[in-house]
Structure formats: C-alpha cells, structure tokens
Design a protein around this ligand. Structure first.
Ligand code: SAH
Length: 351
C-alpha cells in the first residue's frame, strides 16, 4: 500500500491520519514483520490490523549461499508461485536483484527462467517484500543498511510487462520514512518492450535503464530473443534514442549483451554492434558484456574469457565503453539467467 492507500484505510477505520505514518515507518523504515511488534500502536488497533491485513505474503523456501558470498532466496507466494531474489555483497555497496514476475513469458533462447513460462505478475507488495526479506536476513529487523543498497530489476520476469506495479513499488521504496532507496540507486532491465521505454522516459522520478540487446542484427536477435519479432532493432534503437534525449545530466544507460560462444562474440559482431550504436548516434550508452551462465542446461557455450576480452577491446577500439560483468553466485544458480526456481541439490544431482 502507498501512504495514500494506508491513510484512507485508517480513515475508514475511524483512526487519525498519523496512524498511516506510524505503520508505514514501522513496516518499511524499521522493517518490522510482525504487527504485534509495532508497540507504538494501541493494542486494540494492532489486533484489528492482525485480523484484517497481511504484512507479508512471501515465505522463504530455501536460501543458498555461494562461495563468493552471494545469497539466493527461493521464496513462494501465498498461492505457491516461486519468486527469487539475490543478495550480492560488495565492499563498496551491496546489490539486491529482485524479480518482477514469477517465471517469464519471453522465450529468450539462452535464459533458464524462460523455461518456466509466465506463472504470474508480482504485486508491488511482493516486489518490496523480496527486498525487505533480503535486508532482514542480512541485517536483521532494523533501519540499518550499512553499505547502502543498490537495486537491480534483473531477476526473473520482464519488468516492463508489469510496469504499473513496478513503478508503484519503486515509489514506495524511495520514501524517506521507508526503505529510502532512491530511484538513482535502481536499474531496471528490459528485453525490449518498446512502448514502456517511452513511458519510462516520462516517469518523473525514474530508475536507470538497461536494455538487453545481445545481438547486433535482426536475423540473430529474432532467434535469440523472440520479442524482437514484435519490436525489432530499429524500433528498439529509436526508443533508446528518445530515452537518451531525456537522460539527466551525466546520466548514462546500458545495453546488456550476453556473450555466447561462436554465436554473437565474433569480431564482425563487435563491428556490427559499434555500427549500430553509431547509426543511431547513441553516445551515452555503455555496454555490459555478460558471460553466459548455465550453458550446460542450454544449447550454448559461454564465450571463452579470451573471446570476451577480445570483444571488449574491439568495442573500445571502435570508440565504445564496454564493461565485463563478473558472474556472481553461479554455483548456486544465482547468476544472470539462472533464476528458474531451481533446487541446487537436485540440479547438481542431475548433471
Ligand atoms: N527480462 C529482463 C530482465 C532480466 S535481466 C531482460 O531481459 O532484460 C537478466 C539479464 O540476464 C538480461 O540481460 C538477460 O539477457 C541476461 N541473461 C539471460 N540469460 C542469461 C544467461 N544464461 N547467462 C547470462 N545472462 C543471461
């Protein structure tokens, strides 16, 4: 619930407005999960809230911890759908990767989540609850986030197919009395739902944008990412150009490029990619190269470290900014494209 929604709920209860602030601060700011523990509310009101509302509708099924410190949380919704979130610690700043859908309807050929299909969209509450669950597991129920938190909407699902709940969740999470994770700390990744790229450009306080490109031409992108048959590279780049025109001072945006051995990692692919960005004059884009994960379950080979390095320096010599995303939590199926509600023990057993 937004603060406005909470306020009208308390109005209906015949309670003063400030109850909304008290409850909002307790649930989002102090991350209290048990209404019984909001002791600044009268006992009677607490009992009423317990009777009529739910604080949390996600339960943690299993938690996996990687040798690199990454944690993957396999959660379930109240109706039994899997939801995954990942905690990625780092010295500078921790990152939480959240899911926007249970499963995913897009059929990207290199992605394990695609195998689930779409189970359903998550609500704003279920999106926020993932982040609170992770923070409470790492730091306990408090208002502490010692390293500060970056959020990436790069878990399961396509965020732009659940746009309204996503934007609602980000609004609630940015509140100073709540989690206080401001949009500037948030990056949302889309496979290319073109109309929503235009919409995002018009959201007043909006997160940063990443676009999963992964191929420099329509022929290949049609195969890798079937969403390309609906909105092709020209339409995607035109939207990206428009988005670029609306960037804030100093802000950039990202193209993600999954590196598939022999498929999209050749010299000519680097050349075509550079040509593409220069054709649309996308000067404020950077490129994140993501080595493919989980190749053993999919019919791909990850690009070799040498091929990734070479691709990166080709792009650089063509004037682009390219970075290699280090995979985190591969051993627990927490890395990009591996969130498929997989039980690690079972998965490892199957190999
Ligand atoms: N649906 C959105 C959000 C997912 S973000 C999107 O596609 O952008 C997850 C990122 O991981 C995307 O850039 C996706 O292309 C990438 N990815 C998917 N499968 C992968 C895999 N097996 N290895 C590495 N990256 C993968």
């Amino acid at each position: 619930m937004t603060r406005a929604e909470l306020t009208s709920m308390f109005e209906e209860f015949g309670e003063p407005k400030y109850r909304a602030t008290q409850v909002f601060t307790a649930l989002h700011g102090r991350r209290i999960r048990d209404l019984e523990n909001i002791t600044d509310l009268p006992k009677k009101l607490r009992a009423k809230l317990i009777d009529t509302t739910d604080v949390s509708r996600l339960t943690v099924e299993t938690k996996y911890e990687s040798i690199d410190g990454t944690r993957r949380y396999l959660m379930k919704t109240h109706d039994g759908r899997p939801v995954e979130a990942v905690f990625i610690p780092s010295e500078k700043r921790d990152t939480i990767c959240f899911s926007s859908q249970s499963g995913c309807p897009l059929k990207c050929d290199f992605c394990l989540t695609a195998k689930l299909g779409l189970l359903r969209n998550l609500t704003a509450g279920e999106i926020i609850e993932q982040i609170v669950t992770v923070l409470n597991d790492v730091y306990g129920e408090s208002n502490e986030t010692p390293h500060g938190t970056n959020l990436v909407g790069m878990g399961a699902g396509e965020p732009f197919l659940n746009f309204d709940e996503l934007i609602k969740a980000l609004g609630i999470m940015s509140d100073e009395d709540g989690l206080f994770i401001v949009p500037d700390r948030v990056t949302i990744s889309t496979a290319g739902i073109v109309p929503r790229i235009y919409d995002l450009a018009n959201v007043e306080t909006r997160p940063h944008l990443a676009i999963s490109l992964s191929a420099p031409n329509d022929e290949l992108r049609d195969k890798l990412m079937p969403i390309n048959r609906k909105w092709n590279i020209h339409e995607l780049m035109t939207a990206a150009k428009e988005f670029e025109a609306n960037l804030r001072r100093g802000e950039r945006f990202t193209f993600e490029y999954v590196m598939l051995g022999g498929v999209n990692d050749r010299d000519e692919d680097a050349r075509d990619l550079a040509k593409l960005l220069s054709k649309y004059q996308l000067t404020r884009a950077k490129i994140n190269l993501i080595p493919h994960n989980g190749a053993e379950q999919l019919n791909y080979t990850a690009s070799t470290p040498d091929a990734v390095k070479r691709f990166k320096s080709r792009l650089e010599s063509l004037g682009l900014d390219a970075y290699v995303r280090q995979p985190r939590g591969r051993d627990i199926y927490a890395a990009c494209g591996q969130l498929a509600a997989m039980d690690v023990e079972k998965a490892v057993g199957r190999r």
